[in-house]
Design a protein. Structure first.
Length: 311
């Protein structure tokens, strides 16, 4: 190998690797996670919130960063439900004591995050309870209900005309609200828990249906006169199915009615829930949900209760 010093001179040395500042590395990590990042990162060990890309003033993004002894950040988005951690590259070799301090800081970050999340949930519960109590019963003439061809089923209306739908825990606690405007735009109340939360329509008699959305559930309820559970989302189907199976026992006939969406998420989540908790899965043969299927003039009752193969 050539002696570069003899060629380039005694003062030559290999170029040093340029390492970005920890703040820049952390901002890049947040952006690479798929959400909007804050303009700056404060490495002060305090939880900070930022807009992760949502409209309006909501700030579901959060981070906690420490500068010493090792630059580290824990960040996430409460709305998306993810958390991530990373330590900055500095080119420094740290001592065992410093590494131990890092573990302590990460544990502290988790403690702060959990405490803030609990506080947000408590505030949300108090807020949605007040909102729900002050809402009025929805009219069957509400634009969304009319367009979907469904009855009220306990829905209420906020002061600005949006439908308000409750999300209850398995213990019956009101955890959040879903708002639906006249055009069908849906939004959960900020900070409220939605995972494992649901709305029950009717009393369980024979069969129990689980559907993704309110309009779908209402359509099934009116078609079958059986109890229907609103899971509110495809991702929530496994958790809600688990609750229903535990509550009503192994012998209860449970049918999950999945949306036939282009992404396949509805079918995938329904299949997961079915395999794990024992339930039949039904899905419209055309793209859309059970409400779309019925409004198109199809036989929803026949889809939900196909003739027995032994009949």
């Amino acid at each position: 190998m050539a002696n570069l010093t003899s060629i380039l001179g005694d003062n030559w040395s290999p170029p040093q690797k340029v390492i970005a500042s920890p703040q820049s590395q952390f901002i890049d990590a947040i952006l690479n996670s798929g959400i909007q990042a804050p303009a700056t990162i404060k490495m002060d060990g305090v939880i900070h919130r930022f807009n992760s890309g949502e409209k309006g003033n909501e700030k579901p993004g959060w981070y906690i960063s420490f500068e010493s002894p090792i630059p580290v950040i824990t960040f996430g988005c409460w709305k998306s439900g993810f958390t991530s951690q990373m330590r900055a590259e500095t080119g420094i070799k740290y001592t065992p004591a410093q590494e131990m301090k890092l573990l302590s800081q990460m544990a502290e970050a988790k403690k702060l995050r959990d405490a803030e999340l609990e506080r947000k949930h408590e505030i949300a519960v108090e807020t949605v309870s007040v909102i729900w109590e002050n809402c009025i019963t929805a009219s069957p003439d509400h634009p969304y209900l009319k367009r979907k061809g469904i009855n009220v089923h306990g829905a209420r209306v906020t002061g600005d005309g949006r439908l308000a739908l409750p999300l209850f825990s398995k213990d019956g606690e009101l955890s959040s609200l879903q708002y639906i405007d006249a055009n069908g735009g849906k939004l959960y109340h900020a900070g409220g828990l939605t995972g494992g939360r649901f709305l029950m329509m009717g009393e369980v008699k024979n069969r129990l249906y689980i559907a993704e959305g309110f309009a779908t559930a209402a359509t099934i309820r009116e078609c079958t006169n059986e109890a229907v559970v609103v899971a509110y989302s495809a991702n929530n189907l496994p958790a809600v199915t688990a609750i229903m199976r535990e509550k009503y026992g192994a012998q209860q006939d449970i049918v999950i009615v999945a949306d036939n969406d282009a992404s396949g998420v509805g079918h995938n989540k329904a299949t997961q829930a079915s395999a794990k908790y024992g339930a039949r899965v039904v899905m419209p043969p055309i793209e859309g949900d059970a409400n779309d299927y019925a409004l198109a003039g199809n036989d929803l009752l026949g889809l939900l209760n196909p003739p027995s193969k032994n009949g």
